[in-house]
Design a protein around this ligand. Structure first.
Ligand SMILES: *Cc1c(COP(=O)(O)O)cnc(C)c1O
Length: 386
């Protein structure tokens, strides 16, 4: 049986896969079962931020594997504690809860916000405001947070207590007057929703409104975080510190990890027993993440911005391209032809790109060599112009 049939017969059909069977990879180059090379501009959806089989990361991970692979959260381990320390020192947040995915990191943020609001304002204050075209995960609660009705309709009823607004100051003012709001949860660049950055004006007003009313701000940095925006976390491009920051994807460099960073207001919201995760803080994942985090430095981030500028300046106004949006190396391209068709043509020509709604989406490894990037962007540009 070939791989396409095997998968079709036995794997739940939740993914619209591209017809590509990857068997190996190194850096930003992936190889399929026919030996064909691809320049990877998707990085496993922003996960492989140092590409495939990064030597330094593999060394840390394998050293830890040979030390021990797992224990429970009933005991202390160094990789987990050290990773928490680094995340706090580099963000200004105070404590970290570890889990295994973005959805789980967001679940924890939602629980923390509900508990904080209940403790400080009363049990009616549970509403969490999120944005239209946001994406926060696939569990029933994070789906409820996700502001895209298309994801909801088959699974009703979802968790109660969420409402979605357009990111305008008027809508935000209206909703905080109307509802008893515990928190506002947002991606500073909505990824799955079409790579849509928030404006500085909206963010500034949101911060002001939240301060006035002691509403918590939860930044979902699962996709845009970990250096992709040109800063370690995307909120650092704006002038505020969120109360809670969630991340996952790129932090693990390819192993599952989720992190919910808790600021001063909520650092002690959870008492022992109020949240947990068997695999959360896994020493192998944390040892790898420590290495990844230590390498997201000014030098790497300057490279991210150089590459970002190159992509924007090359593609903006090019034939067959209507707009280019995003931040750093998280880029959405509205093409004249359907995004899926562009992605398929890129695959034929040895370039892997992603889509998001009606856009082509690029999330390359942060260390993609410039010459490979130039080659891949040339292909994309040609495909769009055809
Ligand atoms: C991918 C993503 C999630 C969900 O992460 P999983 O690891 O798939 O659970 C949540 N929020 C954002 C912004 C994401 O991009």
């Amino acid at each position: 049986m070939d791989i396409f049939e095997l998968d079709k017969q036995y794997v739940a059909p939740t993914y619209a896969r591209f017809p590509v069977n990857l068997v190996a990879g190194k850096g930003s180059v992936a190889i399929d079962n026919n030996g064909k090379d691809y320049i990877d501009l998707g990085a496993g959806i922003a996960v492989n931020i140092f590409g495939f089989c990064d030597e330094e990361w593999m060394a840390e991970v394998t050293t830890q594997l040979h030390t021990f692979q797992h224990t429970s959260n009933l005991y202390y381990t160094f990789p987990c504690a050290k990773l928490a320390e680094q995340l706090c020192k580099r963000t200004g947040l105070k404590k970290v809860f570890f889990s295994n995915s973005g959805a789980e990191a967001n679940e924890c943020a939602i629980k923390a916000a509900r508990k904080y609001a209940r403790d400080t304002k009363g049990e009616d204050y549970y509403t969490i405001v999120t944005l239209r075209d946001s994406f926060h995960g696939r569990t029933l609660t994070t789906l409820a947070a996700t502001g895209q009705d298309a994801f909801h309709k088959d699974f009703l009823p979802l968790t109660d207590g969420f409402c979605h607004i357009e990111p305008t100051v008027e809508e935000l003012r209206r909703i905080v007057d109307e509802k008893k709001v515990a928190a506002i949860m947002f991606e500073l660049v909505r990824g799955e929703g079409g790579v849509l950055p928030l404006t500085k004006e909206f963010v500034a007003e949101m911060v002001k409104i939240a301060q006035e009313r002691d509403i918590l701000l939860i930044a979902d940095e699962v996709q845009v975080g970990n250096g992709r925006s040109g800063k370690l976390y995307s909120f650092m491009n704006f002038d505020f510190l969120p109360d809670i920051v969630t991340t996952a994807k790129g932090l693990g460099g390819g192993l599952p990890i989720g992190a919910t960073m808790l600021g001063a207001k909520v650092e002690n919201t959870f008492a022992p027993g109020l949240n947990g995760s068997t695999f959360g803080g896994n020493p192998v994942a944390c040892a790898g993440a420590l290495n990844i985090l230590s390498r997201i430095d000014d030098n790497l981030l300057a490279g991210v911005m150089d590459k970002s500028d190159y992509i924007f300046s090359t593609l903006q106004g090019a034939k067959g391209i209507e707009s280019v949006t995003g931040m750093g190396l998280m880029i959405g391209i509205k093409t004249v032809k359907p995004a899926k068709e562009i992605a398929m043509k890129c695959i034929e020509r040895g370039v892997l790109v992603l889509t998001a709604h009606d856009k082509v989406r690029l999330l390359p490894a942060l260390n993609i060599p410039f010459d490979l990037l130039v080659k891949a962007i040339d292909v994309l540009k040609e495909v769009c112009a055809e």
